[in-house]
Ligand binder design. Sequence first.
Ligand code: GRF
Length: 207
Amino acid sequence: KRVAILISGRGSNMTALIESARKPAYPAEIAVVLSNRPGAPGLLRAREAGIAAEAIDHKAFASRSDFEAALEARLEEHVVDVVALAGFMRLMTAAFVDRWAGRMINIHPALLPSFPGLATHERALEAGVRVHGCTVHYVTPGMDEGPIIAQAVVPVLAGDSAADLGARVLRAEHRLYPAALARVVRGEAPIVSGRVEIGREDLVYCD
Ligand code: GRF
């Protein structure tokens, strides 16, 4: 299967996916990296890794759907089967999301359905939760709402700053995302009645 990674920034999850996909047994290849921000550091990192990487600057388009049409054209050109969002900071229209239903996934830095949206580590600390983590989920039109594919859990430790906690979660993201993407491309994470069945060897990682 051919995967496109969509980024907006540094691309550390992208790098984790690229590295995993290099292993011969991995069931997917990274066909292209696309960024809506031309200055995204991840674009350079992808090219250094020998992956086609292109910017599609959303500011150059009059509307969200014009931007998405350009995106769709790149995905078609690279014959992409699955889209993996990795720090892609752009909301998509329901039409685009529906076209990729069951074929587009995202990683979110919290244990959904807790803490959708931004500033998840700050909010986890404010809420006083004892465990935090990350979630890989299918993308649906509601933000951070799609069926959960896999989660990784990390402890919240005494004295943690948001940066400390975020770094711990990010390490878990880099393990979780490649494993979850592999499961998706192998067809092992089908959506049944709006959720992904919990598997026998499920993807739960605890630090
Ligand atoms: C990650 O924390 C991811 O969970 C969130 O955005 C961040 C992207 O980081 N969606 P990076 O660009 O992968 O380093």
